[in-house]
Design a protein around this ligand. Structure first.
Ligand code: ADP
Ligand code: MG
Length: 732
């Protein structure tokens, strides 16, 4: 945020030194600037403290409560079967509370001596005498703990009692070992602010701060750590969130501008109607949405600026034919097309679909996946270089170094959400010309997320499903209803339909009590459905085995496909009408929506049955109860399944998914290309995001020459401070 502060090594901060310095550096806190930007994750203040005498009313409510008190007693107890556990008793003016630990006795004993003041947070439970207890609570040490070498004279305990807001910082074992728990951070950040806060320099344009009523950076940093009041904390938060979002939008826009200046893509101007023949050969009429998307894409392809477009459409909306039109058109202009997909099964399927539809054209299509025979592979690689292959469909195998193209002009990435950023860029570099890029995703994503993640892409949306589709009927069932379910499945098969049965695991494991595909396949094929042909597919089969099973399912020979989530995305067998998901509580919402999307692809009524044994799970939790948290997980699981019953709209479902999971979890890991905001939250800060986007657009317009010094300065600032945010590769 500030060029000077970002040059001062963390070791020179007051109270830090080499040992703490090293621990901080290994946590990516390298400079004073990083430290000042290590924001609290939460705050303690009087309004959020519960009296010990009031705790019992919160037991089992799934609410985390915090108490402040003195350590009154430490004891080690032994159970009848010889296990030991450690008890810490905390006292406040209303009573005593026991905290129970099953591990780490010695550490807790040393860290929490009698008489010291702590804040403890947990989901309270009852012990066998119906007294509330905390099990493995989170601790925040408040009074001065070390006698020597402890320069911190701030008495946080007193501060809380006088109504101050005390910041809480995340820590880790490594950091705690050098005294940097929440309290340790408070001390070093407090000192750093005292010493350096006058060096913090504003980095947002003045007119924007005025317009959006944002407080300055120096005050924000001070107030985010040690707020004087709730209002000042909110003002600081708003400003820091805005800053993050503004810079993010600015960089996305800059990249978009820069790309418009690139002009070395192949402008496809020949063979305008080449795809018409394909459309006429289809057994159905295109939806209006499909027509619109196709014309948007073709328009882009005519341009010598490379296309960068997202085709978004719910499961089953018919993205594949749109992609095929784009491919045919590009090929008519003498460039090659690569189609990247996340799974081998899907690659195989696309390869067959394309081969079937395109045999009327003189187009050579090949498949590239891992573990192909060396001879075949070498031949394919050679034909890609010579340009003999027009379309290559492949998995990650396409990204390998050896794979080179003659003239790669169009890249299509299916199920884009399964890939990381890096992979998109790798494909791009495989060609001397700048390829057009079409990414497709069936996982509809909330608007804010789309704006952040795909902000620099143009978007085409398939807003309708093909006509004559019936709404899939979804129900939640428990395993006691299995007999009924099986007879329903038999009826469907007798009507000529096909069935998926999905399990969370491939093989049974001693550790988790979950049904597994291989074991269940045995009993389903030999007993329950012995009169029908049952197939088994999972990720551990070889490509060839998978291909054989899949093609037997496609042709209808296999009636029931027992499977894991390998079939989650893309698979298209319109005759399948029942999707039975075992342990549905185990799956994420988007994943369930995708799985459900495997049925309802033809004209027949389709069904999704979500099996979940909530009674059993609740029992298990009750008997082995250590934490209340799993109750929360059960509630979330119930909400996921109910959402699926209530809605078939992917956009709505994804919005709820994001809300249930929270952005951190939704983003998963950095690899997925999701930006990780430090303080902004794209679920809750939509309004701020829109403002930042608007301002960034205006700003770019005013500084439209991208070499404007002001803009360059901002870019450098961004590179320094927000690099990690950018999901889509380097800026310009
Ligand atoms: P997704 O968008 O999930 O990738 P697909 O492209 O796999 O969907 O299409 C789903 C199914 O719908 C396929 O069987 C496809 O042939 C069929 N389909 C596509 N477009 C139409 C249409 N306009 N009318 C009827 N069926 C269609
Ligand atoms: Mg698809």
């Amino acid at each position: 945020m500030n060029s000077r502060l970002s040059e001062i090594s963390i070791q020179y901060g007051k109270g830090i030194g080499p040992k703490r310095g090293a621990a901080l550096i290994s946590s990516e806190i390298n400079t004073i600037d990083d430290l000042l930007n290590y924001f609290p994750f939460d705050y303690l203040d009087r309004s959020r403290i519960t009296k010990i005498s009031d705790i019992s009313q919160f037991v089992g409510k799934g609410i985390e409560v915090t108490v402040i008190g003195k350590i009154f007693r430490q004891e080690i107890k032994r159970t009848r079967n010889g296990r030991t556990f450690f008890l810490l008793t905390i006292q406040d003016e209303t009573g005593f509370l026991t905290c129970m630990f099953f591990a780490g006795h010695q550490w807790y004993k040393k860290m929490f001596p009698i008489g010291k003041v702590v804040a403890a947070s947990s989901y309270p439970e009852f012990d066998q005498f119906n007294r509330p207890i905390f099990v493995h609570p989170e601790f925040d040490r408040l009074s001065s703990f070390e006698s020597v070498d402890d320069e911190d004279t701030t008495n946080w305990e007193e501060l809380i009692n006088t109504g101050s807001i005390v910041p809480k910082y995340h820590s880790s074992e490594k950091l705690r070992n050098v005294g940097l728990d929440s309290r340790g951070f408070r001390k070093i950040i407090h000192s750093a602010l005292n010493k350096y806060s006058s060096n913090i320099v504003e980095n947002l344009p003045e007119e924007i701060c005025k317009k959006r009523n944002l407080i300055n950076l120096r005050d924000s940093i001070n107030q985010i750590h040690f707020p004087h009041s709730n209002e000042s904390k909110l003002a600081a938060e708003k400003r820091l969130k805005y800053e993050e979002l503004f810079y993010f939008q600015l960089m996305i826009l800059m990249r978009k501008e820069l790309r418009k200046k690139e002009c070395n893509a192949v402008a496809c101007v020949d063979g305008l109607n080449s795809h018409q023949k394909f459309i006429l050969s289809l057994p159905f009429k295109l939806t209006d949405s499909q027509k619109k998307c196709i014309s948007e894409i073709l328009l882009d392809l005519k341009n010598k600026h490379p296309m960068n477009r997202l085709l978004q459409g719910d499961v089953g909306s018919g993205k594949t034919v749109v992609a095929i039109c784009a491919a045919i058109y590009a090929i008519a202009n003498n460039v090659q097309c690569a189609i990247l997909v996340p799974t081998e099964i899907l690659a195989e399927q696309h390869f067959q679909t394309l081969t079937k539809y395109l045999n009327q054209f003189k187009i050579k299509i090949e498949l590239l996946i891992g573990k192909q025979k060396k001879k075949l592979r070498t031949q394919i690689l050679n034909e890609l270089i010579s340009g003999d292959i027009n379309i290559i469909v492949g998995t990650h195998a396409l990204l390998e170094e050896e794979v080179k193209f003659n003239k790669l002009g169009l890249i299509i990435i299916d199920e884009q959400h399964r890939f990381g950023v890096a992979q998109r860029s790798i494909l791009r570099t495989k060609s001397l010309i700048h390829p057009h890029v079409l990414v497709m995703t069936a996982t509809p994503i909330p608007r804010t997320l789309a704006m952040t993640l795909y902000g620099d892409l143009d978007v085409s949306v398939l807003t309708e499903l093909p006509a004559k589709r019936k709404k899939i009927i979804t129900g939640i069932r428990s395993p006691d209803e299995k007999i009924k379910i099986y007879s329903f499945i038999k009826d469907e098969i007798l009507k000529g339909r096909q069935i998926y049965i999905v399990y969370p695991l491939i093989e049974e494991s001693e550790k988790i009590d979950l049904k597994a595909a291989i074991t269940e396949y045995e009993s389903l094929s030999k007993n329950i459905f012995k009169e029908f042909k049952v197939g088994l597919i999972h990720g551990r089969l070889s490509s060839q085995e998978k291909e054989i099973v899949m093609s037997k399912f496609k042709t209808g020979e296999i009636k029931i496909l027992v499977t894991t989530t390998v079939i989650e995305v893309g698979i298209d067998v319109p005759n399948a009408t029942v999707m039975l998901i075992e342990h549905a509580e185990r799956f994420g919402l988007s994943q369930l929506h995708q799985l459900r999307g495997r049925v309802g692809r033809g004209t027949e009524q389709s069904y999704t049955i979500l099996l979940a044994d909530f009674k059993n799970i609740e029992n298990q939790i009750r008997t082995s109860s250590k934490y209340n948290i799993p109750n929360l997980e059960i509630n979330k699981a119930k909400k996921r399944l109910q959402t699926l019953v209530n809605s078939t709209d992917g956009f709505e479902i994804s919005q709820i998914d994001l809300e249930i999971r929270g952005q951190g979890d939704y983003f998963g890991y950095r690899q997925s290309g999701m930006p990780l905001f430090k303080i902004a939250n794209i679920i809750y800060d939509e309004e701020l995001l829109l403002e930042a986007k608007h301002d960034a657009e205006e700003f770019i317009l005013k500084n439209s020459k991208l070499d404007d010094p002001k803009l360059i300065e901002m870019k450098i600032h961004f590179e320094k401070n927000f690099r990690k945010l950018l999901p889509l590769g380097k800026v310009g």
